[in-house]
Each structure stands twice: as C-alpha cells, then as structure tokens.
Design a protein around this ligand. Structure first.
Ligand SMILES: Nc1nc2c(ncn2[C@@H]2O[C@H](COP(=O)(O)OP(=O)(O)OP(=O)(O)O)[C@@H](O)[C@H]2O)c(=O)[nH]1
Ligand SMILES: [Mg+2]
Ligand SMILES: [Zn+2]
Length: 354
C-alpha cells in the first residue's frame, strides 16, 4: 500500500527527512497495548517497541507514540523494530486525565475529522456535546456530530435541530449504524488520505458504525444495559482500521468523563460558542466576563430570551473550569519553581541549637 493512501503527505515527509537520512523507516501506529505497538509501514504490519531515548526525551506521556502517529522506526535484522521518534502531529485531541494534575491524555492524533457520536436516546446530552466540541475545536481537526440509532427514535427532527442549535457550523448527521441508514452521507469524510476518529460514550454504536462502513463484522460490538441503555465498555483498545478504499478510521473505547485542559485557547474555545461570541461583541466592556458588569449584552440576551440560559450557563461553567485548572497549574508551577531555586542555591542552613 502507498502510505499516501493512509494520509502520508509533505507535512510529515519534511519532518521525516533527517530520520530518513539516518536510515530509519516511516510507519503509522495502528494499535497500542501496554507500550507494545503495531505499526504499518505500507508493506507490513509489524510489532514495535519504544526506543529508550524516546522515553527519556519525552517531557510527558503525551509525547509518547500513540495510535494515529507517524513514527520514525529502526528495523533490526532480527525482526525487531524500535520507534525512535514521533513526527510532529497535525492535530491532537486531548483531555485532562484523572487526578489533580493537568496531566494531558492524548486520545486521537493526526485525524482530519472527529465523529462525535451520540444516540437519539439516553446518551444525548447537549452540555456534554458542548464539552466534546470545545476539545474538538482545540484539536485542530473538524468535528462532525453523529446522532445514531435513528431506528429507535420517532422524533429525529427535534434531536437534529437541538444539535444544530448548539453547533450551527458543525455538520449533523442522523444515522442508524445497525440498519446502515444515512451512512452514504458520511463518505465525504472518508477515503484516500483521510483519517476519522470516532469518539463518544460507551454503547452509542461507534464500533457498529465502523462495521457498517466496512460492510463486515470486523469489530466486536457489545450489548447495552437494558436498565439505562448504557454500554459495557466493549472496545478496550484504540485501533486504527485501514479502509479498503483508502483512508482510515480510529475506533476508541467509550469515554466516561471529559475533563477540560488548562490553558485552552480562548479564541478556539469560542468556536464552540460562536452565538455567544457574536452577542458579546455588544457588551460594554471588551473583556466582559458576563457576570456582574453593567451593560452586558449576553446577560441581556438571556433575560429577554434571545439566547438559551442553559447554554450560557454551560459556557460560563466550562470557562470557570478551565480558569481554575489554569490557575492550579500556575500554582503548581510556581511551587516547582521555588523548589528548583532552593535546590539551586542550597537550602537555608538550619540554625544550630545552642
Ligand atoms: N437500535 C440500534 N442499536 C444500535 C445502533 N448502533 C449500535 N447499536 C447497538 O448498540 C450497542 C452498542 O454498540 P457498540 O458499537 O458496541 O457501541 P460502542 O460505542 O462501540 O461502545 P464501546 O465500545 O463500549 O465504547 C450494540 O448492541 C449495538 O447493536 C443503531 O443504529 N440502532
Ligand atoms: Mg466499541
Ligand atoms: Zn458581557
């Protein structure tokens, strides 16, 4: 297979040039499990490990190779392969991992389009969708909203219009993955050179949709719990699947929580709230926080019903969450800074008791 079918392009080729000169091979990571990788060189799918230097050089785990990455690989005669470098990423969808630190957890890289998959039943939640959209816009890939299970729904139109309402510039597709309805509409995102990642809660039908695109039962699909329609976390590993007509899709395990990252770019965040950004142009103060300032156009719009108050509240809550994280990160940083200085100048000697 020509790697261009898998998305290889001049952007990656430029950064690969110095590794090529050293005799390394390029490959794309298609699976990852406990630091063992399956990579595709175009001709072969082979097992690979991380070279020690990549582990030492990485500032955090977010820089380790992950599914979707283009990597420079040293192939040894004994059939071993070592990933020596991760090429710069074209896009990256991350969330904050569990715990108090702002530890970035990378979910999808080098994808062109992100399918945010939900259903037209129990999973559908506009506030959650907004969180996905904020992180998706931040990733550099284009979001597309997929409303699955239309075969179970008799009010498709209202789900579609609610989704369109919070994301006017994002394509919204109503589909049924099991009955293969609406799948044709997704073909514009798929094909030679393109990569799509599917994200969403467990049980919404991500793997079913990929099977439907492939026209075969390639991935395991799980039952949902009859009580609440929630999935059972059937997919346990991220995997890149090469499509026969070119391009690739990445299946992901269902996500439970979607924590924001600190330092999210304000400008990019507003891409998920363009309706609010438009109204805010008329606030008296340019840096209006829409809290207690006089002549706030956003609060006025809530009061006279031109904008949905849940939506504005959702936005303010998200912004607050990001600000808190950013603050905490700065405090952590300054704590580290103090420790560094202490180490550098030697701790103050303890006064000796007389
Ligand atoms: N009625 C109906 N059921 C669907 C549809 N798509 C998926 N399902 C069912 O939903 C259940 C979960 O589907 P999966 O494809 O395993 O969901 P998933 O999003 O991959 O879930 P995880 O791997 O756990 O993240 C299965 O029982 C599917 O048959 C659909 O369009 N309509
Ligand atoms: Mg799955
Ligand atoms: Zn305002």
């Amino acid at each position: 297979m020509d790697l261009r079918e898998l998305g290889w392009n001049d952007f990656f080729a430029d950064s690969f040039a110095p590794y090529k000169a050293k005799g390394l091979t390029v490959a794309r990571v298609i699976r990852e499990h406990r630091k063992k990788f399956l990579i595709c060189t175009g001709d072969l799918d082979i097992q690979a490990e991380m070279a020690g230097r990549i582990v030492h050089k990485a500032a955090s785990r977010a820089e380790h190779p992950t599914v979707g990455d283009w990597v420079a690989v040293r192939l040894l005669e004994k059939g071993q392969a070592f990933i020596e470098a991760v090429l710069p990423r074209k896009s990256k969808f991350s969330r904050k991992g569990a715990g108090l630190n702002n530890n970035e957890q990378v979910i999808a890289v080098n994808v062109d389009t992100i399918f945010l998959v939900t259903d037209m039943a129990g999973d559908f939640n506009l506030r959650r969708l907004e969180r996905y959209l904020v992180l998706a816009w931040d990733s550099g890939a284009k979001p597309v909203i997929i409303l699955n299970k239309m075969d179970l729904c008799d009010d498709i139109h209202s789900y579609v219009s609610e989704a369109k309402f919070i994301a006017p510039d994002v394509p919204v597709h109503a589909i049924s993955a099991v009955e293969s309805q609406g799948i044709e509409g997704l073909h514009e995102y798929l094909g030679v050179g393109k990569t799509v990642a599917l994200l969403g809660s467990s049980g919404v039908g991500k793997s079913t949709l990929i099977n439907s695109i492939l026209g075969m039962e390639r991935l395991e699909v799980g039952q949902v719990r009859p009580e609440d329609g929630k999935g059972r976390h059937t997919t346990t590993h991220r995997e890149l699947i090469v499509l026969p007509e070119g391009g690739a899709v990445i299946d992901n395990p269902g996500m439970r929580e979607l924590h924001m990252l600190a330092d999210l770019d304000d400008h990019r965040m507003m891409l998920a709230f363009e309706d609010i950004a438009d109204i805010a142009e008329n606030c008296k103060f340019r840096d209006c926080q829409h809290m207690h300032e006089p002549n706030c156009a956003v609060r006025d719009a809530v009061e006279n019903g031109t904008i949905n108050s849940d939506r504005v509240e959702g936005y303010l809550k998200l912004r607050h969450e990001i600000q808190l994280l950013t603050l905490r990160q700065q405090q952590n940083l300054s704590k580290k800074e103090v420790q560094k200085r202490q180490a550098l100048h030697g701790r103050r000697p303890r006064r000796r008791k007389r």
